[in-house]
Structure formats: structure tokens, C-alpha cells
Design a binder for this molecule. Structure first.
Ligand SMILES: Cc1cc2nc3c(=O)[nH]c(=O)nc-3n(C[C@H](O)[C@H](O)[C@H](O)COP(=O)(O)OP(=O)(O)OC[C@H]3O[C@@H](n4cnc5c(N)ncnc54)[C@H](O)[C@@H]3O)c2cc1C
Length: 483
């Protein structure tokens, strides 16, 4: 049953339920709430806090990010939102983005000019690839198979430039974003610039060469690629909460269990079976991770529901360690990534105090380092006790930087079960079909990391779009800018 577009009666408010209080749900609720008194919003969040994968935790007496910690600044949505929330003065650029790859027992600087990890030649790779691997890279091979509609990152790039480029460059970089495996990830969805070059044909090395940004003018450092917030990206949920207008009610520890069509729109089921509550809504935005979204959409948009339910996710954990400065070796750069083929637990480390000035200044006697662990299919690793995970991270960090590290003063383990949707082969087409199926049900919208990008700006963009569509459906005549 497809509910009719509600008739707009002057003075009668419309009720929108937003399900999921992560970044996407908060931004959608803000946009809807700002549309004016005609729109009433209820934001439902299953856990006891909003923010989802944006979170701060206290480590050695100071709050630091234990979820996302940076955002792409080349897209406007993240920095625009922070300015809009009145925290523009707190936007910071990383002090350094010089990162390394810890490969075969040594740290190798990540070459500057790559197309999403693809180098334009073996120059600048140093010993990251051995001689044979470098020769294989230079002897680029043709790709005989189709690239449309999609192909895996591993198959395409591995075939053209050799498996070592995948193992030692592309997969570590992609692993930092998706925690995924190159042979399963979609080239089209995760490396769109490479996919476009692949569709156009021609040399991949040449495409990498063309994509290299021109060097900044002498004395200038160029436009920062990434941005953070002084005090942590995990402040965003608090900033968003503070900005929500009165017409938005936030209900935490409220898991949504079902959405059903109803006479005037929809009804949404919350609460345990012993105390069920149905909430009437003119419209609904589903802003949960894909598995929950799939379940919830099953009764209103089954095609979308099935596709989202089938989307794999990867679990990971962020392990933050506060080391005593005394006895700590000097750490160079912003951190390092680790190829999975080398068999370490740690998949990446961020030298937080080097990367973010505000973290470096938290305590003169403390050095903060965060490591991330867990790739798609490695869920069992995360079952290990906290102490074991911390001890392994400290040992591997020491091996990477070539020193025995002092015991941390404090540490924090944040597990993110199913935290990252996997954009596997065919993702773009599947999500196009899923969102088309949702669009066929006026009054229902979806947003979040499952659809067109897991990064903060992409998630914000999806939330703005969902809220705008719902406002149009409700006939309020207002969009998020209130015009
Ligand atoms: C460890 C880690 C590090 C990351 N680092 C970065 C980074 O540095 N930069 C970057 O750009 N991106 C990063 N990301 C990605 C980015 O943080 C996420 O993609 C983004 O925050 C997801 O926002 P979301 O609102 O779509 O989903 P979520 O944050 O997952 O929020 C969804 C919310 O829905 C709630 N929910 C689920 N089911 C229900 C239900 N049935 N009823 C009610 N509520 C429900 C959940 O509890 C959750 O709060 C990182 C992700 C992870 C996991």
C-alpha cells in the first residue's frame, strides 16, 4: 500500500520520524526541524547516546576521538556543517599528513602522487616494492574483461599492475576507509576515479600521472585535503544536538522494530514486546546501518529491504593508547598503514599528537597513539580481551617504529561491530535500485553510510537530500535553508 501525499492544512503540523541517531539521522532531524513549526520531528536512537560512529572517550583524563577522527575537506559538506553549527573557528587542518606503510618490517613513506594508491611509476616507491614487483608495475598489462557495470578492485588493478600494488599500496589505503578486501570491493564504488579511467581505457599509470595535483606555489602548502575539529570530530553529535530546534524530540534507548503503512502515512513500532508503542508519522527517514534498514524497510519497500539486508559489513576496533612521553621514541609523521599480507593485528596507526595539534597539547607528559584493527572477515579477532588487544598493539607499534615502547598510562578499546558497510562489486547498481524502490514510496527516505559514500561529507549529503525530499513530500514549501 502506497500512502497518499498528505494534504497540507495551514496550522496543522506534520510529524516525521527519523530512525537512527548517528550523523545521518541527526543532520536529517536538524534540516527537518529547521523547516519551521509545521514540522514536528521524533528522532529514535537505539543506544543510550546519539552520534553512532562519531564518539569521544576519556583516555588519560582527556576526551579523544574513538570513532571517526578526520573528514575530507575537498568536499564541502563537512566543513560547511561545522560552520553552520557555529564551530567554524574550531576547524583544523592536520599538522602533517606524511604517513607510511609498514611493510616487510620497515616503514616506507606513502608516495605523494598516487591515484587512490596507484602510483604513476615505480619512482618514489623506494623499497616498498621489490625489483621484480617494480618491473611488473612498469610493465602494465591490458585488461581484457568488462569493467562495466563493475569489477573488483583487486582483479582490475592486480591484473594490470601486479598483485604487489594491491597488497602493499591499494588495499592498505582502502582498508583505512572500508576495512575491506580488495578482491571483494567494487572498483566503481570505492575508486570511482579509477573506474572512470578504466571505462575510458588507456594506461592506468598514465591516469595516475594525470591525476597528480600540481605542486603548490613556493612557500604555500596547498589546500588541505582533510579537516578535523579542535576537541575531536566526536564533538559533532553534541554540536548537532545543541542546534536542534524545539520541534525535534530525541529519544535514546529506543529501538525501532518495524515500519508499517497506515491510513495517513506510516506507523513505527518501538519498545520491547511487553511494552510496545506505535508512533504515527506522516513520513519516515531510515538512517540506520544497512542491516537494520533492510529489516525496517521490508514491509514498505521490500526490494530495498532485501538489498540492504544482504549488504555485508566489516567490524573493526579503535584502540587508543596514552603513552608516557618519557621513554617514548620520537614518532615521525601522522602514522602508518599495514598490508594485511604481512599478518599483523594492527591495520593502521595514527600518531594523534603529531597529526592534530590539539591532541598533542592535551598533556605535555602524554603521547596519544591510536591503532585500528579488524578487516572484513576478521570478526573473531575482536572477541579477544581488551588487555590482549592493547598488549599486541603496543608490541606491534614498537616493532614498526623500531623501539620497545613504555607501558601505556591508559588505554581504551572501542569495538565497532558491523561498523563499516562493504561496497562490494555491483554496489552502485544495487543501491540505485534500492533507492529507486524507496523513492517509489512517497514519505519514506533513507540516508547514511550504506548508500553513496561512508565518509562524513557523503553521509551529511545523503541526510540533506533525504530531508529535502521529505519536506517536498510534506508540501511544507521549505527546504533546509528555510527558503
Ligand atoms: C572506526 C571507524 C572510523 C571511521 N573514521 C572515519 C573518518 O576518520 N572519517 C570519515 O569521514 N569517516 C570515518 N568513518 C565512517 C563514518 O564515521 C561513518 O560512515 C558515519 O559516521 C556513519 O554515520 P551514519 O549516521 O550513517 O551511521 P551510524 O553512525 O552507524 O549511525 C546509525 C545509528 O542508528 C542507530 N540504530 C541502528 N538500528 C536502530 C534501530 N533499529 N532503531 C533506532 N536506532 C537504530 C545506531 O545505534 C546508530 O547510532 C569511520 C567509521 C568507523 C567505524
Amino acid at each position: 500500500m502506497v500512502p497518499a501525499t498528505p494534504e497540507a492544512h495551514p496550522g496543522q503540523s506534520r510529524h516525521v520520524v527519523v530512525i537512527g541517531g548517528g550523523l545521518a539521522g541527526l543532520v536529517a532531524a536538524l534540516d527537518l526541524g529547521r523547516a519551521g513549526p509545521d514540522v514536528r520531528v521524533t528522532l529514535l536512537e537505539a543506544t543510550d547516546r546519539v552520534g553512532g560512529k562519531l564518539a569521544l572517550a576519556e583516555v588519560a583524563g582527556h576526551r579523544v576521538d574513538v570513532g571517526a577522527e578526520a573528514m575530507l575537506a575537498l568536499r564541502p559538506e563537512g566543513v560547511d556543517l561545522i560552520r553552520d553549527l557555529g564551530a567554524g573557528d574550531d576547524i583544523v587542518a592536520p599538522e602533517t599528513t606524511l604517513a607510511s606503510i609498514w611493510s616487510r618490517g620497515a616503514l616506507h613513506p606513502i608516495p605523494r602522487a598516487t591515484l587512490m594508491g596507484i602510483p604513476s611509476s615505480h619512482d618514489g616507491l623506494g623499497a616498498l616494492l621489490d625489483e621484480e614487483e617494480q618491473a611488473r608495475l612498469d610493465a602494465e598489462q591490458p585488461w581484457d574483461g568488462p569493467v562495466e557495470p563493475d569489477v573488483s578492485v583487486g582483479d582490475y588493478i592486480g591484473t594490470r599492475l601486479g598483485q604487489a600494488v594491491i597488497d602493499r599500496l591499494v588495499e592498505p589505503l582502502l582498508g583505512g576507509v572500508y576495512a575491506g578486501r580488495a578482491d571483494e570491493l567494487s572498483l566503481r564504488a570505492t575508486m570511482p576515479a579509477v573506474w572512470t579511467a578504466a571505462v575510458a581505457g588507456g594506461s592506468l599509470l598514465e591516469a595516475a600521472r594525470r591525476s597528480a595535483p600540481p605542486p603548490p606555489p613556493p612557500g604555500q602548502s596547498g589546500r588541505p585535503v582533510f579537516a578535523g575539529i579542535r576537541g575531536g570530530v566526536g564533538r559533532l553529535p553534541e554540536l548537532l544536538l545543541d542546534a536542534l530546534p524545539d520541534g525535534v524530540e530525541v529519544r535514546t534507548t529506543t529501538t525501532c522494530r518495524a515500519i508499517e503503512p497506515a491510513d495517513n502515512g506510516f506507523r513505527v513500532l518501538v519498545g520491547p514486546t511487553t511494552a510496545e508503542e506505535w508512533i504515527e508519522a506522516d513520513a519516515v527517514i531510515v538512517a540506520t546501518p544497512p542491516t537494520a534498514a533492510g529489516r525496517l524497510l521490508g514491509s514498505v519497500a521490500p526490494v530495498a529491504g532485501a538489498s540492504l539486508s544482504a549488504m555485508p559489513t566489516a567490524s573493526s576496533a579503535v584502540i587508543t593508547m596514552a603513552f608516557p612521553r618519557a621513554g617514548m621514541p620520537t614518532l615521525e609523521g601522522s602514522g602508518f598503514l599495514v598490508p594485511s599480507v604481512d599478518g599483523h593485528l594492527v591495520k593502521g596507526a595514527t600518531f594523534s599528537g603529531n597529526k592534530w595539534a590539539w591532541t598533542g597539547e592535551l598533556d605535555p607528559d602524554v603521547v596519544y597513539v591510536r591503532t585500528s584493527i579488524g578487516r572484513a572477515g576478521e570478526e573473531a579477532l575482536l572477541q579477544r580481551p581488551d588487555e590482549e588487544l592493547v598488549a599486541t598493539c603496543v608490541r606491534e607499534l614498537g616493532e614498526a617504529v623500531g623501539a620497545t615502547l613504555p607501558a601505556p598510562i591508559d588505554s581504551h578499546v572501542q569495538r565497532w561491530g558491523g561498523g563499516l558497510p562493504q561496497y562490494t562489486i555491483g554496489h552502485v547498481e544495487r543501491m540505485a535500485a534500492a533507492t529507486a524502490a524507496v523513492a517509489a514510496v512517497p514519505g519514506v527516505e533513507v540516508c547514511g553510510a550504506a548508500y553513496q559514500g561512508v565518509g562524513i561529507p557523503a553521509v551529511i549529503a545523503s541526510a540533506h537530500a533525504a530531508a529535502a525530499t521529505i519536506l517536498t513530500h510534506l508540501g511544507t514549501g521549505a527546504d533546509r535553508t528555510g527558503e
